[in-house]
Design a binder for this molecule. Structure first.
Ligand code: FAD
Length: 320
């Protein structure tokens, strides 16, 4: 049960984590497993599984308004357990504040601990579809720092309610960081102060939102160190290989794409050329980041293996 913290401390070679997304409700898991299979020659150290908040939808039926609770992508905990058993790779379960009160969070952590899952990426979560502001559940948390504090407390044997002789958990705790600042933060300094709060509450490491310039990462790490944040900061990167992604990624993740990447994809004569250009770009970026001392790489795969595999092959060769 290797923890991210132990792997980072060992530091024998750059850590490699892959982030996958559960399939939509009702879809087969086979394609996701097939994609993970194709990435196994790269010996990922960890596979992160995203968590998707449930939300409420209303529809009219026979003149009545019916509430429909929905979660587009269930299955995070099950997929984490399957990854551990099927691929013998350590999963990192994403856990969010949205939709959980503190007792439900405790239950989720107990389940994960029973399954032998020891790595959590603690997040606030985005507002669910149709909502512009994040609203915590009653007795839940408005910020990831509070979720981190609850996990830290459980690691010390402190549960929400007093219990007789409770067993301490042993989770490593990651949190998110934003080299281009989080969309809701007034500015980068404010956002950095909030990152520091998460680390002060017990976060062991940071994984960044995707970015597309090594300069952004280097500046971010320098600013974090100035702010007194000493934990490892793992850069999050993503291969961008299609015109559709050029439009969607900045809008969805509030990040900027450099002109050189935009031009090379939009001016590529064929989709195959665009694929080559996009994977070359991310491989060069990864090389610069590792040279700059990044402790590893976190690849956002969105459950699709082809571009990730091509990029990783360009970075590490056909096997790592
Ligand atoms: P927080 O750290 O709580 O910050 C949220 C905002 O509040 C920031 O603007 C921050 O500056 C501000 N803030 C923090 N503390 C305070 C305070 N005390 N007072 C006032 N303002 C404050 N989302 C999912 O739903 N599921 C996932 O699986 C998921 N995986 C992700 C993986 C990575 C690597 C990253 C980078 C993001 C992921 N996200 C995921 C998205 C994330 O949930 C959103 O970006 C969300 O809007 C913020 O989450 P956070 O944990 O960074 O929040």
């Amino acid at each position: 049960m290797t923890r991210v913290t132990e792997k980072l401390q060992k530091g024998d070679r750059p850590l490699l984590s892959l982030e996958i997304t559960p399939p939509d409700r009702g879809q087969s898991i086979d394609e996701l497993f097939h994609n993970i299979d194709s990435l196994m020659p790269m010996s990922p150290d960890f596979i992160n599984v995203t968590y998707h908040q449930a939300y409420e939808d209303y529809e009219e039926k026979n003149g009545s308004i019916i509430r429909r609770p929905r979660r587009k992508k269930p299955g995070t905990v099950g997929i984490c357990a399957a990854i551990k058993n099927r691929f013998a790779v350590e999963p990192v379960a994403h856990l969010i504040c949205g939709g959980f009160d503190r007792w439900e969070t405790e239950d989720a952590l107990i389940d994960l601990h029973y399954l032998g899952i020891r790595n959590i990426l603690a997040l606030r979560g985005d507002p669910p579809p149709g909502q512009s502001l994040f609203r915590p559940k009653k007795d839940g948390y408005a910020f990831a720092a509070d979720l981190v504090a609850q996990i830290r407390d459980m690691n010390r044997g402190v549960y929400v309610d007093a219990l007789d002789d409770p067993v301490p958990t042993s989770f490593s705790i990651g949190v998110a960081g934003y080299p281009e600042k989080h969309v809701e933060a007034a500015n980068g300094e404010v956002d950095m102060r909030h990152l520091k709060e998460k680390v002060d509450q017990g976060a062991d490491y940071v994984v960044t939102q995707m970015f597309f310039s090594a300069r952004l990462y280097k500046d971010y790490v320098a600013r974090a160190r100035e702010a007194g944040i000493t934990v490892p900061i793992i850069p999050g990167i993503k291969p961008v290989t299609t015109l559709k992604q050029l439009e969607r990624i900045p809008r969805t993740f509030f990040v900027s794409l450099p002109d050189v990447l935009v031009r090379s994809i939009s001016e590529a004569p064929t989709a195959k050329d665009a694929f080559e250009k996009g994977t070359d770009f991310v491989a060069d970026l990864a090389g610069e980041l590792l040279e700059a001392g990044a402790p590893g790489l976190h690849l956002f795969t969105m459950g699709k293996g082809r571009a990730t595999k091509a990029a990783l092959t360009k970075i590490f060769g056909s096997h790592r």
